[in-house]
Write a protein of this length. Structure first.
Length: 381
């Protein structure tokens, strides 16, 4: 079978010993719950509407999950020095891909967010870029070769503006909001002067508002969504209303696997409204269980942050856990009509290769940076 040398087994045993197993198993549980939900929510859609084999989406999702776990494991065993070494080239490459989206990207329902390789691979560059954005911002905020601390914040702000400009151009307001919130949390944790934070926030909000105001033909859908959110009788709110109805029908314990109808009525049910699908078939109690897993991961990560002395590790962990938790909250908020529709997936559970791989990269880095006595074990290897 497998012929591991003593050094190989020693390394694997050491990695397993210092791994935060509670975070690891929580992430694995979320991934396999997503696989299970994919089986329950996509088979009828494909067989009846897309004339594909019944388990087409499920098989693709299964491949994505296995690939994501491999990526997660590979990243989790790396030395921090290796992650820092490849940070800049990988970030530049992914940023270049994001720049290509407006020119050669694939347009779906009025938004150009995807790049396509051949006829089978379609991915969203921003999903892969998000964890590296966090790493890059953290790296800039700890640089010592700037005479003024405000230069670090200024450079980080330039990167933020570059990313959100490309996102707004797609347009993708949901990811824009997520990136801004994550950046704000990182800046706040870094100990920034509150005046700078207020000025930076005003600049970002003002810039986005100006772009939307002066280009209404491109961002008209945002006003329609806001109008339908505040006045449900106006605009097209069919999907969000059906999601809310599904949650109500599911009640505490759900209607049973396969008994829900949301997945047959809403095309994006297995991505943007996966929480509503889960609630309809398995109940609010099951949804609370999933939310609790996310919050427990956040609790474990923040415990590590409180004990960590390395500023880079602290900022990265805060940024990545903010990325996952805020995205989860936005997804749930949209499903229960607490906030307007944003088209946000649920990390680890929603169908989609880009979302799964991006979440796996974040999880791999979190597992890497939350290892016990990480400096002691890997300093001299």
């Amino acid at each position: 079978m497998f012929n591991f040398s003593r050094s190989d087994t020693s390394f694997i045993a050491k990695w397993w010993r210092i791994l935060d197993k509670q975070i690891f198993f929580c992430i694995i549980i979320l991934l396999f719950l997503g696989l299970f939900i994919s089986f329950a929510s996509t088979s009828l859609i494909v067989s009846e509407k897309l004339a594909q084999q019944t388990y087409y989406f499920f098989i693709k999702h299964f491949i994505f999950v296995i690939f994501s776990i491999i990526i997660l494991l590979i990243i989790s065993i790396q030395k921090i020095e290796n992650i820092k070494k490849f940070l800049l080239p990988v970030s530049l490459f992914l940023f270049f891909l994001l720049i290509l989206v407006p020119f050669i990207g694939v347009e779906v329902k009025g938004s150009r967010r995807w790049l396509e390789l051949g006829n089978f691979i379609r991915f969203q560059p921003i999903e892969l870029l998000k964890p590296f954005f966090v790493l890059l911002i953290a790296r800039i905020l700890i640089l010592d070769n700037f005479s003024s601390v405000y230069k670090r914040y200024l450079y980080s702000l330039f990167i933020l503006f570059g990313v959100i400009f490309l996102l707004i151009n797609q347009p993708d307001i949901g990811q824009t909001i997520l990136i801004i919130f994550t950046y704000s949390v990182m800046i706040f944790i870094s100990g920034v002067n509150i005046i700078f934070l207020i000025v930076a926030a005003s600049m970002v909000i003002g810039s986005i508002a100006s772009i939307i105001y002066f280009f209404p033909e491109k961002f008209g859908y945002i006003f329609l969504r806001l109008k339908s959110f505040f006045d449900p009788g106006q605009g097209d709110n069919f999907q969000s209303q059906r999601a809310l109805d599904a949650i109500k029908q599911g009640g505490l314990t759900g209607q049973g696997m396969g008994e829900g109808i949301l997945k047959d009525e809403v095309p994006e049910a297995h991505t943007d409204y996966i929480i509503a699908v889960i609630s309809e078939e398995f109940g609010v109690i099951f949804v609370l269980f999933i939310v609790t897993i996310f919050l427990f991961i956040g609790y474990r990560v923040l415990n590590k942050v409180l004990l960590e002395q390395n500023e880079f590790i602290k900022l990265v962990l805060v940024g990545l856990i903010s990325l996952l938790i805020i995205q989860m909250l936005i997804h749930v908020g949209v499903n229960i009509r607490l906030i307007p529709t944003t088209g946000m997936t649920l990390p680890f559970l929603s169908y989609g290769g880009s979302s799964l791989v991006g979440s796996a990269i974040s999880a791999g880095i979190i597992l890497n940076f939350t290892r016990k006595d990480i400096t002691k074990h890997y300093k001299n290897e």
